[in-house]
Design a binder for this molecule. Structure first.
Ligand code: NAP
Length: 326
């Protein structure tokens, strides 16, 4: 029997290739530059499966160019690049990679939090510059992390992994979420619920862990920044569009907040020049980027594809109704 044809927009990792190659005929995009839209549309035309990244938009336009497509497997937990309703309309399964990246992403959010509080980027620049004159009492003094209040916006998988880390730093944890967590979860994570305004006015560190949705787009904006403490820091490893970047620049300029540490941006890979300031730590969207975790994410996407073609339910399906329809 002919093996299903799959397009992977990156070579993935060897373990994931092994899973895919065992049952599919896979066209890997191996060029160093990202696949262009034209090339993507050309190659997808005869494919039944797609393994894609969050930089590729899976919407009606792409689906119209992929009449044979049965599954789009995102190598990411966030799937704001996929219009799931469009996939469902065309009976295309959509999948993501939840769970395997929680600890790695929280590790990195914590790295950013520590770096901005303790002015690591400025310190490293000074250490490398040849200008450092030695220890001094008031040199690059930062803010303590231990014992402070961490405000988690979103107490899902990654938010909870942050709460676990906060315990080791003797921090108070407050959180805001669309739905308040059950009491046993709040107790287990020592996390107290606040509405967003109360969280912003109380937290020393505000860390974002919500998906990008119409309701979370611009959740942090001019109004909400004005509620934050002038000594507080914003950490964003969620999605750039959750923050109104122009309002963030204004909040930094007018010292409404003390600093920010960012992994994600409104118009990636463009970074608003107003963010390139000493009290902002900038990372190029690498929060889930450990070799172990990126391998697991790739394998998970591969397993979703293989499951569908073997007639099983893809473990991470976002629109299970397409299975019932077929
Ligand atoms: P998750 O487990 O689904 O957690 C998200 C939390 O946000 C849930 O508790 C959810 O509540 C809550 N939420 C949804 N809509 C909300 C709203 N309007 N207001 C307040 N809270 C809301 O997701 P996760 O695995 O922790 O991942 C969170 C996000 O992080 C992903 O969607 C992705 O965009 C981002 N991420 C980025 C990186 C990176 O490389 N920078 C890596 C991994 C993930 P409900 O469950 O009730 O909907």
């Amino acid at each position: 029997m002919a093996r299903p044809k799959v397009l992977a927009t990156r070579p993935l990792f060897p373990a994931a290739q092994q899973i895919l190659n065992a049952s599919c005929e896979v066209d890997y995009w191996t060029q160093p530059e990202r696949i262009s839209k034209e090339e993507l549309f050309r190659r997808i035309a005869d494919k039944e499966g797609l393994v894609c990244l969050l930089t590729e938009k899976v919407n009606e336009e792409l689906l119209a160019a992929a009449p044979k497509l049965r599954i789009a497997a995102n190598v990411a937990v966030g799937y704001d690049n996929i219009t799931v309703a469009d996939c469902t309309k065309r009976a295309v399964a959509a999948t993501n990679t939840p769970g395997v990246l929680d600890e790695t992403t929280a590790d990195f959010a914590w790295t950013l939090l520590m770096a901005v509080a303790r002015r690591l980027s400025e310190g490293e620049a000074l250490a490398r510059s040849g200008e450092w004159k030695g220890w001094d009492l008031d040199q690059l003094v930062g803010a303590d992390v231990w014992g402070k209040t961490l405000g988690l916006v979103g107490l899902g998988r990654i938010g909870r992994a942050m709460a676990r880390r906060a315990a080791g730093f003797q921090m108070k944890v407050v959180y805001y979420d669309a739905v308040r967590a059950p009491l046993d979860i709040e107790r287990g994570y020592h996390a107290e619920y606040r509405d967003l305004n109360a969280l912003l006015s109380e937290a020393d560190f505000v860390s974002l862990h919500v998906p990008l949705l119409p309701e979370t787009r611009g959740l942090l904006n001019a109004k909400t920044f004005s509620q934050m403490k002038p000594t507080s820091f914003l950490i964003n490893t969620a999605r750039g569009q959750v923050v109104d970047e122009a309002a963030l620049v204004e909040a930094l300029e007018s010292k409404k907040i003390a600093g920010a540490a960012l992994d994600v941006y409104e118009k990636e890979p463009l970074i608003n020049p107003g963010l390139k300031r000493p009290n902002v730590v900038l990372a190029p969207h690498i929060a889930s980027g450990s070799l172990e975790t990126r391998t697991k994410m790739s394998c998970m996407a591969a397993e979703n594809v293989v499951a569908l073609f073997k007639g099983r339910r893809p473990p991470n399906i976002l629109n299970p109704e397409v299975l019932k329809a077929s």
